[in-house]
Design a protein around this ligand. Structure first.
Ligand SMILES: [Cu+2]
Length: 157
């Protein structure tokens, strides 16, 4: 092996090692920044749904928007979301489904406690809730997704 070739091989090996080092570091730094992925399924025409996505982005989530009512229907079936707990949009975060305009405090508690429930719902698009216009008229009941007639309360905000 010529000396020049040895140097070339060494340079390539070093670059590969550096590349490995950098790619090894990147996910760690991304974790440190706590980019939390969320997928928001919405009707293409829904404005308050888009606003809710912006609200999640402003609160540390990285939101992927899927414009598809068929996907929403599929999610409702998969998570067994009863009609009275369906939101105008559905967001999937860490395996949980979030129906409607649920405030992040409840989502953060859900992600911290990780209960074995399908997810949360704030039904009815109340005025002043995240992504909705207007002023809050009263407490927001956040329900556990459940097919019980009276779903359990997760939080009141
Ligand atoms: Cu809405």
């Amino acid at each position: 092996m010529s000396r020049r070739l040895v140097v070339a091989v060494a340079v390539v090996a070093c670059l590969a090692c550096l590349g490995g080092l950098i790619s090894g570091l990147l996910p760690a730094s991304a974790r440190a920044g706590e980019a939390r992925p969320a997928t928001l399924y919405k009707d293409p025409q829904c404005g308050c749904c888009t606003e809710y996505g912006r609200y999640l982005e402003a609160n540390g989530f990285t939101v992927t928007v899927v414009d598809s009512t068929a996907e929403i229907d599929a999610l409702h079936a998969r998570y067994r979301v009863p009609a009275h707990l369906e939101g105008c949009h559905s967001t999937v975060i860490d395996g949980y489904v979030i129906e409607g305009h649920v405030p992040v405090a409840a989502i953060n508690r859900l992600l911290a406690e990780k209960p074995s429930i399908p997810g949360l719902s704030l039904p009815g698009m109340p005025e002043g809730s995240p992504g909705m216009s207007g002023h809050k008229q009263g407490a927001f009941p956040i329900f556990v997704i459940s097919d019980e007639v009276e779903p359990p309360l997760f939080a009141i905000e």
